[in-house]
Design a protein around this ligand. Structure first.
Ligand SMILES: *[C@@H]1O[C@H](CO)[C@@H](O)[C@H](O)[C@H]1NC(C)=O
Ligand SMILES: *[C@@H]1O[C@H](CO)[C@@H](O)[C@H](O)[C@H]1NC(C)=O
Ligand SMILES: *[C@@H]1O[C@H](CO)[C@@H](O)[C@H](O)[C@H]1NC(C)=O
Ligand SMILES: *[C@@H]1O[C@H](CO)[C@@H](O)[C@H](O)[C@H]1NC(C)=O
Ligand SMILES: *[C@@H]1O[C@H](CO)[C@@H](O)[C@H](O)[C@H]1NC(C)=O
Ligand SMILES: *[C@@H]1O[C@H](CO)[C@@H](O)[C@H](O)[C@H]1NC(C)=O
Ligand SMILES: *[C@@H]1O[C@H](CO)[C@@H](O)[C@H](O)[C@H]1NC(C)=O
Ligand SMILES: *[C@@H]1O[C@H](CO)[C@@H](O)[C@H](O)[C@H]1NC(C)=O
Length: 524
């Protein structure tokens, strides 16, 4: 297990700390908090010993096997008059509590990923907490929206509100109360971290429950999910309009051409497009070029170019009233957006992304048997408008006013990979608005772009695996994250606080590239 020196030092400190001895891991130890409108319907408490899982923090590839001993609390509640059942998990380390609480989000349509995220937190000495927000919570069910309809034609409005924001406010209150019941002491510091859908939870908490956590890490947050998620269907829409289904090889070949055209614009050829704003590449400019697919030489087609360019540009209605940004040129297009399957004779057809197609079927048509095939462009843009109109208030997490969070003294770190293959560049646009409302926002909320990094992790660029440790140092030690440290050795790079940009400054004596952060207008 990889522990930063800081976390290791903190754990050592905690081992000698003088917090009260823990109480029995039994339901009788816990009296759940009173929250207006909330009724507790059950609490279970069991000691788990030598619980072993592979686990990692959200937004890292820092996975390892952890073996932990903890008191496993599940507090179950409903909202009076609603027919929902919400489970909050609280995992209390049986020894070596570091006096901190770490709440973990989920991803996709799931509000938590259970042991995948919680185990490592307990292993590092934290009380780890999570909520299922009223429906099945796991990585396996993250693309399912089955829970969101109570019957065909009818949204389960209660679960929609629970998933949108409500359950996240109750989580901290419950988790802190249970922690205090057990250790006779509140956590000294409380944190939340999540990626993607979990990043959206993080942003929602900063905006609506600003005093709940001392520090929040929002990785690739799905802000304005009600807009970009249905808009991600645009590639399938364009393929249907034109009756063309480019093979994954052809789509990836367009991406490779774009990367080779724009990679070097920052002065360094490394497979990463770190300055997308300088790149004027279009898919149509390489039509006719050769690529190989399963040993056969083919040529990039005009129809393929149309589909690929549609994703890079993003949809925009003819009247311009609704639009969504495109993906970056070095993002994989064949993971979520342009999905086709091919027969061995080379004939390809559309395939589906549950994540994308279930949104319109569930939230707009409210019909589990709804199919998008045959949708006209006019209907497509209507779907986007309806999604925006009906769900922005519950889902967007895009308030631009952070004054309550600032007053509460919180710290918010956020980053997104520039090669994100699922969420387009919504976060820099959003941060521009926040910066406009409070030009001093960097004092308490910083956003970083990670060149070459994919959705939550992956991609050619180095990952800021230590972002959570930097958040802790910011909260507890006032060590401002001037840059986020990404990668290691000679592939390590500073991630720059937006709007400054990572700029290649030449090679070091040992031959590795070096970088610094430059204002956007000066940076290459
Ligand atoms: C948790 O909340 C309940 C109900 O308000 C209260 O009785 C209990 O004392 C709280 N626990 C702690 C440790 O404050
Ligand atoms: C924790 O307790 C709940 C409720 O009893 C149970 O469903 C779950 O499997 C337990 N978790 C672990 C990791 O043992
Ligand atoms: C309440 O939810 C349960 C499933 O959780 C369902 O079986 C039941 O029909 C619901 N009752 C009402 C009144 O909606
Ligand atoms: C793109 O930029 C390159 C160099 O910066 C320039 O030579 C080329 O003409 C530009 N192409 C277009 C379509 O603007
Ligand atoms: C490939 O096979 C499918 C199914 O057998 C057939 O419909 C299609 O016409 C074939 N395509 C080519 C190019 O032969
Ligand atoms: C290439 O071969 C693989 C494995 O046989 C197959 O799954 C894929 O569909 C083929 N791709 C194309 C474009 O024919
Ligand atoms: C906290 O600040 C002290 C003094 O500046 C420094 O030595 C230490 O490394 C810092 N710890 C962390 C975790 O940033
Ligand atoms: C990284 O550094 C090592 C030794 O310092 C060197 O051998 C290697 O080529 C470097 N790799 C890159 C990508 O610069």
């Amino acid at each position: 297990m990889r522990l930063s020196t800081f976390t290791a030092a903190a754990a050592a400190l905690a081992a000698t700390a003088t917090y009260g001895a823990s109480s029995a891991c039994s339901p009788d130890t816990f009296t759940p908090p009173s929250i207006l409108g909330v009724e507790f319907i059950g609490i279970t408490a069991n000691e788990e010993h030598s619980f072993t899982r592979v686990s990692l923090p959200p937004g890292t590839l820092d996975g390892a096997t952890y073996t932990v001993d903890f008191c496993n609390i599940t507090a179950t509640y409903t909202h009076r008059g609603w027919n929902d059942t919400i489970n909050v998990n609280v995992w209390l380390p049986l020894k070596g509590w570091n006096e901190r609480l770490w709440a973990l989000g989920g991803g996709g349509y799931s509000s938590s990923f259970g042991s995948l995220y919680l185990t490592q937190a307990v292993g590092k000495g934290y009380v780890a907490i999570a909520t299922d927000s009223g429906h099945s919570a796991s990585l396996q069910t993250a693309e399912s929206l089955d829970w969101a309809l109570s019957s065909p034609g009818n949204l389960d409005l209660e679960l929609v509100e629970d998933w949108g924001y409500r359950a996240f406010g109750e989580l901290a209150t419950i988790g802190k109360n249970i922690t205090e019941d057990f250790y006779a002491q509140l956590p000294t510091y409380s944190y939340f971290s999540g990626c993607s859908g979990g990043g959206r939870q993080a942003m929602m908490i900063a905006q609506r429950f600003p005093a709940d956590y001392d520090g929040i890490l929002a990785v690739a947050p799905a802000v304005n999910i009600q807009k970009f998620l249905p808009a991600a269907y645009w590639a399938q829409q364009v393929m249907g309009d034109h009756g063309v289904y480019p093979s994954p090889c052809e789509v990836d070949a367009f991406t490779a051409e774009a990367v080779s055209a724009c990679d070097g614009l920052d002065g360094l050829v490394d497979g990463i497009v770190s300055t997308p704003s300088l790149c004027n590449f279009t898919a149509h400019s390489v039509v006719g070029k050769e690529f190989t697919c399963n040993g056969t030489t083919c040529r990039l087609s005009p129809a393929g170019a149309t589909v690929v360019q549609a994703v890079w540009t993003g949809p925009s209605s003819p009247s311009g009233d609704i639009s969504s940004p495109g993906l970056s040129l070095d993002a994989s297009l064949t993971t979520t957006y342009i999905l086709t399957t091919c027969l061995s004779n080379g004939t390809c057809s559309a395939s589906n992304s549950d994540l994308v197609s279930s949104w319109i079927g569930t939230f707009v048509a409210k019909d589990p048997s709804f199919t998008l095939s045959g949708t006209t462009d006019e209907e497509f843009f209507d779907y986007l408008r309806i999604s925006q109109r009906d769900f922005a208030s519950s889902f967007a997490a895009a308030d631009d006013d952070f004054s309550a969070f600032r007053k509460a003294g919180g710290r918010l770190l956020s980053w997104q990979g520039l090669a994100d293959e699922t969420i387009p560049k919504v976060n820099s646009e959003y941060y521009d608005k926040v910066l406009h409302v409070d030009p001093q926002v960097q004092d308490y909320y910083r956003f970083f772009e990670a060149p070459g990094v994919g959705h939550c992790e992956g991609g050619a660029g180095p990952l800021p695996n230590g972002a959570f440790d930097q958040l802790i140092a910011w909260v507890e030690n006032s060590t401002v994250p001037e840059v986020l440290h990404a990668g290691s050795g000679n592939s390590s790079r500073p991630l720059c606080p937006y709007p400054s940009v990572q700029t290649f400054t030449g090679h070091t004596l040992s031959g590795g590239p070096s970088f610094k952060c430059m204002p956007a207008s000066i940076g290459l």
